[in-house]
Design a protein around this ligand. Structure first.
Ligand code: WTA
Length: 654
């Protein structure tokens, strides 16, 4: 259940920032009255409301016959409609009244070493058509899955859009995952083709992506073709008959490729995310509804104007990058900035330099990044001119009011509204967020649902909670961007999201709603941790730990961390007569990084004689969380199998 501490501290938050009238007047939703009209329209008939947005923000080859077919948990949006995502993101900006966008920047990209590229909509269209033809020539057909394991370079967006152009289904694996993760995801998705790069740049080092792919294939990833982009230029072995260079294939590819007319429910992508078991879930999103959702929320929540330069710092390997670096932005004909590398390379000024250089107007980042910037200090920021900024956003985890205020003051100079956007890989797009210019903000709250989204806070029995009462965050009506399933596992889909409350989507988050109806999301109530804005399952890390020959048992918990939100602490008991020494803890941390990827490296590994368990053999995580956080153990401990275990753990600390 939601953390009592968090509820208490957020109850004290009284600061409130009304929209600036001048800002509001120029906004796409110009003030409270306009916002209320939107809310009313959605409440009257949410189907027709979303259909209006689907007409306004998406172009269709064939109109739909039915807006929504809803047989929980199965949703089909815009049934019978035909469209194409790459057509919406590219072609329609090159024809008719929008034809002038041909020479508008679609992507402004900066590599970590300082190399720069701008791709106009015309450029991007040509490259996407070419790569779509490459995929076709390699035998990729409609419905086939393609793994993309790439650095943050324009070619990743090109590959995504090329897949959508021909109806292939992409599955992006974040570059911070390692060989085993690639193998498992590739095989689960039954993909035969991987698109990768020799490497990417991160903190001045080469991230050796191709080596990881080779290792994944040696380890059993059943792919037979690897397309390799040359990014870093270092030597990589190329296996004849399997590996091909991107540039060789592109050299002869035709720049003409018609977009496939795809059913609204045609699968668009699968994105793996951590659940409450050791096995990541392949979250499935489809075409028409997803596009409607991300295009509409991009437009209104970021108040996108033709002249904006928008920068979302997320990696495209996460859902935020899918929805709000690529699809939502390009569907609106916007200019999206991408930066390949680390925020502190070559120094802590890099982000502010980028904002200054490109005159970024909208900046969207994660609370963990903001807390890091705070630690680095405002002096780095002050060296640059950030006066171009007009709107700030955050995503990925609850933001503490202190970080929110710093963001507002130091980055936004008290002039920029902040949109704290709550959503998930599963929701496809933003569900709870202020609409800037129309909704007053308060630090730490994601405020109100986007019009057309119907969340609630309920107790264990599924009854709505009263004001300020903590409970489970649920979504009561379907929405266009909702996940359509877990790839290959309909049972888990039903069980995970739709079984706790019948026919109602369970988010896995705890939250409360205050007297103004504002939502305060407290964090996960399941075994998912939110580490530096990335989702990680305790079980995934546990199974990586026990896969080490010296480990008998492992339990992983999160501990509050000033910068990362949550830090990962692993408790392990060792096999038989294995002796513990400090280097073993280090070895285990590296072992997890190797097994899952550097993103999962535990912050701390602690050795226990035995893990505390209930009589039925369940590990008592609550106690371990207290121990990890250095808190006094509270609550009932009578089910502890071995009191001495807990005592010895606590002694270890002293
Ligand atoms: C958390 C990221 C509080 C939440 C888009 C959710 C947030 C999980 C917020 C999804 C926010 C995301 N305030 N918590 N504004 N945004 N979360 O799938 O716990 O990587 O369930 O999607 O992040 O993480 P995911």
């Amino acid at each position: 259940m939601a953390d009592e501490f968090a509820i208490e501290s957020s109850l004290k938050e009284k600061r409130r920032f009304e929209p600036d009238p001048k800002w509001s007047r120029a906004a796409l939703v110009p003030g409270k009255a306009a916002y209320r009209r939107m809310v009313k329209e959605a409440e009257k008939d949410f189907r027709r409301y979303w259909a209006r947005h689907a007409k306004e923000n998406v172009s269709w080859f064939t109109p739909w016959k039915k807006i929504l077919d809803w047989k929980p948990p199965r949703a089909r949006w815009f049934v019978g409609g035909k469209t194409n995502v790459s057509y919406n993101c590219l072609d329609r900006h090159l024809e008719g009244e929008n034809a002038w966008r041909k020479n508008k920047a679609a992507i402004i990209w900066e590599g970590e070493p300082g190399d720069r590229r701008v791709l106009t909509y015309g450029d991007l269209h040509r490259e996407v058509c070419k790569f779509a033809n490459v995929l076709k020539d390699r035998g990729v057909k409609k419905g086939d899955r393609v793994i993309l394991y790439m650095p943050l370079v324009p070619e990743l967006a090109i590959a995504m859009l090329a897949c959508t152009r021909i109806g292939a289904v992409h599955s992006i694996i974040f570059g911070g995952f390692s060989a085993d993760a690639i193998r498992d995801r590739t095989n689960d998705a039954e993909a035969r083709v991987i698109v990768t790069a020799d490497g990417g740049w991160r903190r001045g080092q080469i991230v050796r992506l191709k080596d990881m792919v080779d290792e994944a294939i040696d380890g059993g990833a059943a792919v037979n073709q690897v397309i390799v982009l040359q990014r870093t230029g270092h030597d990589v072995p190329m296996k004849a008959g399997r590996d091909l260079w991107w540039h060789d294939l592109m050299a002869d590819a035709s720049p003409v490729c018609k977009p496939a007319k795809l059913d609204s429910e045609h699968p668009l992508f699968i994105l793996y995310t951590s659940g409450s078991t050791g096995k990541p879930k392949g979250i499935l999103h489809t075409t028409g509804g997803y596009l409607t959702h991300v295009a509409t929320t991009s437009k209104y929540i970021f108040d996108l104007k033709e002249t904006d330069t928008y920068w979302c710092t997320a990696d495209i390997g996460w859902i935020t990058g899918h929805s709000y670096v690529v699809y939502g932005m390009l569907a609106n004909g916007a200019t999206s900035v991408m930066y390949e590398g680390a925020p502190n390379w070559p120094d802590e000024e890099r982000f502010w330099q980028i904002i200054d250089r490109y005159r970024v107007t909208i900046f969207y980042t994660a609370p963990t990044a903001i807390r890091t910037f705070m630690k680095w200090g405002a002096d780095h920021v002050k060296k640059y001119d950030l006066s171009s900024l007009r709107l700030l956003g955050t995503v990925g985890e609850p933001i503490n009011p202190e970080a929110w205020m710093w963001y507002r003051r130091v980055i936004g100079h008290n002039r920029c509204p902040i949109v704290d956007t709550w959503w998930q890989t599963e929701t496809g797009g933003i569900l709870i967020s202020p609409v800037p210019g129309a909704v007053a903000t308060t630090p730490g709250s994601a405020t109100l649902p986007f019009p057309g989204i119907f969340p609630d806070i309920v107790n264990e029995q599924g009854e709505s909670c009263g004001p300020d009462e903590g409970g489970y965050l649920v979504i009561k009506k379907p929405w266009p961007g909702m996940l359509r399933g877990i790839h290959g596992d309909p049972e888990r889909f039903r069980e995970q999201y739709w079984s706790k409350f019948d026919g109602i989507y369970f988010t896995g988050d705890g939250a409360r709603r205050d007297r103004n109806g504002y939502f305060w999301v407290m964090g996960r109530v399941d075994d998912v941790m939110n580490v530096a804005g990335h989702r990680l399952s305790t079980m995934e890390v546990e199974s990586a730990l026990v896969s080490h020959p010296k480990v008998a048992e492992a339990a992983v918990v999160g501990r509050p961390d000033e910068i990362k939100g949550t830090a990962v602490v692993g408790f392990v008991s060792l096999e038989g007569d294995v002796a513990f020494d400090a280097s073993l803890a280090e070895e285990l941390r590296s072992h997890v990084a190797r097994e899952i990827g550097p993103v999962a490296r535990p912050d701390e590994v602690r050795i226990a004689a035995a893990l505390p368990k209930t009589r039925s053999g369940k590990i008592m995580r609550r106690l371990l969380r207290d121990v990890a956080a250095g808190r006094e153990t509270t609550g009932d401990t009578t089910t502890l199998e071995d009191f001495s275990v807990l005592a010895s753990l606590r002694q270890d600390e002293e």
